[in-house]
Design a protein around this ligand. Structure first.
Ligand SMILES: [Zn+2]
Length: 326
């Protein structure tokens, strides 16, 4: 049995059944991009610093383990995983595409980003934590089945969803992606999967160019709700209220995985939406309401984008405050 080889990470006794779990690892600071690249280690430092405040004392904190290759293999072919491993430079940087690079620490960081997602699933499934926020990098939602893209190496949210199905026998999982960019990778991986719903709000037109309303998947389980440059929380909340939340409620997922990118914040330099921290808190509470109704409250949230350090830190803090029911 493949899964008997996996470590029983969720049994660590400092994970409390009562408290939101924060999963991170310092090795995620060792994934480097070229100078001036927006996806930089300081992002993770800013999130960590924001979550050290007084109101986050009750977070249960755990380090992200390296994912087993078998878990990553649920979404990516072994040839692809090996190609990423072999692309890791001994020193300096290797460029995989115009936006995506690797440094000597990138492969371990990517293993821990995926491993943190897997640990978080184990923790909420075993009721060691009601929900979890995984603050790692590199992000994941642009990675297609066998293509690194848009700062992403492995698709952490997709791995979490498939792992929950295979390891914990969940029937239906929903991935909700409010990163300002469309998660083309997650859409690609689950295009033909009737049991994983992928929902996204994103600015359009914008990188990577996918995410039209007409892209619905083979089983109508892809739900795209694009927004326009200049839209703010009013249109964002309306997209959730009128499009995404009704579809989610009807789908009745057993687990909600959030691709939590905070680059729709008004301060973000890569996009043109005008969300504020309160909008991220609002959407988090709405998704928790759905999870409470059909998934025993189970929510696993994974950091994706967010490139203005202040906007990112404040938005992540609002998101985690909501997860803590604060
Ligand atoms: Zn993004």
């Amino acid at each position: 049995m493949l899964w008997q080889a996996l470590p029983a990470v969720a049994t660590r006794d400092y994970i409390s059944a009562m408290f939101t779990l924060l999963v991170t690892h310092p090795a995620c600071l060792d994934h480097l991009n070229p100078a001036g690249h927006p996806e930089r280690p300081d992002r993770l430092r800013a999130v960590a610093q924001a979550l050290e405040g007084e109101r986050f004392q009750d977070l249960a904190r755990v380090e992200a383990p390296k994912a087993e290759i078998e878990a990553i293999g649920l979404c990516h072919p072994l040839d692809y995983i090996n190609a990423i491993k072999e692309a890791t430079p001994a020193n300096g940087l290797t460029r995989l595409d115009a936006d995506t690079s690797m440094s000597p620490g990138s492969f371990e960081a990517a293993l821990r980003a995926a491993g943190g997602a897997v640990l978080a699933v184990d923790a909420v499934m075993s009721k060691r934590a009601p929900n979890a926020f995984v603050a790692t990098r590199p992000p994941g939602h642009h990675t297609e089945t066998a293509r690194p893209m848009g700062f992403c190496l492995f698709n952490n949210a997709a791995i979490a969803a498939r792992y929950a199905q295979k390891r914990h026998s969940l029937e239906r999982v929903a991935i909700v992606d409010f990163d300002v960019h469309h998660g083309n990778g997650s859409q690609d991986i689950f295009w033909s999967d009737a049991n994983v719903m992928y929902c996204s709000t994103h600015e359009m037109p914008l990188y990577p160019g996918t995410g039209a309303v007409t892209e619905r998947g083979e089983h109508d389980t892809i739900v795209n709700a694009p927004l326009r440059a200049g839209n703010d929380g009013t249109q964002f909340r309306a997209a959730f209220e009128t499009v995404i939340l009704p579809r989610l409620r009807a789908f009745r997922p057993d687990l909600i995985v959030i691709s939590a990118g905070f680059d729709a914040h008004m301060r973000d330099p890569l996009a043109n939406l005008n969300l504020v921290e309160a909008d991220f808190g609002w959407v988090t509470r709405k998704l928790m309401d759905v999870a409470d109704a059909c998934a025993e409250g189970r929510v696993v949230s994974l950091l994706e984008g967010g490139y203005d350090l202040q906007g990112l830190a404040q938005s992540a803090a609002a998101h985690v405050t909501a997860l803590m029911r604060g």
